[in-house]
Design a protein around this ligand. Structure first.
Ligand code: GDP
Ligand code: MG
Length: 367
């Protein structure tokens, strides 16, 4: 891991190089302009100088530092994930939300299944990512990806807190993501929303009306009751977070879903987190790369740009990336190809290593 040179780092965070050298010196690190700072130092010094940076792919020598000046940050829509115990109504709630959103958005648009959708309420956008498996969620977080801004926790009012409810709460807490609770199935005879509130208190999820910080909504996904309230509550929660991103940068984000389409070739749905993505951009996503041939939004329309918090399908990659892979735009197609090929090689080597370990173990077990 090489990080970046002192000179490059100073340029990226917009401070005089000598200031960086001084700070380094105070930490007992004597470095010159052209010497490399490791990723740890990059993060430490940036933090020390009050800059927010993110070291991308620290395992690679291509570590990149994103630095956005405050004045470049613009408000962006929230990205929301619906979680909860199996059969508590996650899919039903998302369906209900999508129907509401389509009605509020582009008339006649039919949401395709691309792993994410966009809903509008009172002119405000909300992006929903289909519940990734808990494992995928954990894996993305382990790579430092902030996957979601708000978690909507669905709890069936006739069933209460169950194991996957607790898992979801733990994920939210570990990721420091606020929870909006949708107490679902209030139409059912055995529904007891207050019992759900009481049970959740034991896990630190406390309703605002009881002095806590969590917003609660009582809904019936099936009967489409209070779906607007869910959306309005998400907007309220998102407003508190003051979400921002720099739209005037080369795009980056992560892959939500990817597959090989018979007619269209490799198709990756990505969530743009920073910058603006355009057709013609050169993109690396995991071990895939390519020039963006087309961008397709969740309504199936070709678009000329995708902004922060927009989910969009990318056509034109040379292979199918993996959900959770990071993507970013490159200036130079050769650099993009080099990085993708290096990663692919590393992945193959790691795979071979695993295989040879397995066969050694096999060998020993036979002795
Ligand atoms: P998921 O596993 O969390 O995605 O749950 P689903 O959305 O698949 O719902 C599980 C079952 O609960 C389905 O049979 C739904 O029709 C039913 N269901 C979902 N929401 C409601 C609701 O608000 N009221 C009632 N009565 N049933 C619901
Ligand atoms: Mg489901």
């Amino acid at each position: 891991p090489q990080g970046t040179t002192v000179a490059k780092f100073a340029e990226l965070i917009g401070v005089p190089p000598n200031d960086v050298i001084k700070r380094l010196f105070m930490l007992g690190q004597v470095l010159t302009l052209t010497q490399s700072m490791g990723d740890d130092l990059v993060e430490l010094i940036a933090d020390d100088m009050g800059r927010k940076v993110r070291v991308v792919s620290p395992e690679e020598e291509y570590a990149v530092v994103y630095h956005d000046k405050d004045e470049d940050l613009k408000p962006r829509p929230p990205v929301v994930t619906v979680m909860g115990h199996v059969d508590h109504g996650k899919t039903s709630l998302l369906d209900a939300i999508r129907d509401t959103g389509v009605a509020a958005g582009e008339a006649g648009g039919i949401t395709q299944h691309i792993g994410a959708s966009v809903v509008e309420i009172d002119g405000k956008q909300i992006t929903f990512i289909d519940t990734p498996g808990h494992e995928a969620f954990t894996a993305m977080r382990a790579r430092g990806a902030q996957v979601t801004d708000v978690i909507v926790l669905v709890v069936a009012a006739d069933d209460g807190v169950m194991p996957q409810t607790v898992e979801a709460i733990n994920h939210a807490k570990a990721a420091e993501v606020p929870i909006v609770v949708a107490v679902n199935k209030i139409d059912k005879p055995g529904a007891n929303p207050d019992r759900v509130r009481q049970e959740l208190v034991e896990y630190g999820v406390i309703p605002e009306e009881w002095g806590g910080t969590n917003m609660f909504v009582e809904v019936s996904a099936k009967q489409r009751l209070h779906i607007d309230d869910v959306l309005e509550t998400i907007i309220l929660q998102a407003d508190v977070l003051e979400l921002k991103a720099n739209p005037d940068a080369e795009a980056s984000g992560f892959v939500i879903e990817a597959n090989l389409d018979k007619g269209r070739g490799p198709v990756a749905t990505v969530l743009v987190q920073r910058g603006t993505l355009h057709p013609g951009d050169i993109v690396v996503a995991g071990t895939s790369y390519g020039r963006v041939r087309a961008l397709v939004n969740p309504l199936g329309k070709h678009v000329d740009e995708a902004y922060p918090a927009d989910p969009v399908e990318i056509l034109g990659l040379n292979s199918v990336p993996v959900a959770g892979d990071e993507f970013r735009v490159f200036d130079d197609e050769r650099d993009a190809r080099k990085l993708a090929e290096e990663r692919a090689l590393r992945a193959r080597l790691a795979e071979q290593e695993t295989k040879s370990h397995v066969s050694l173990d096999d060998l020993f077990s036979r002795i």
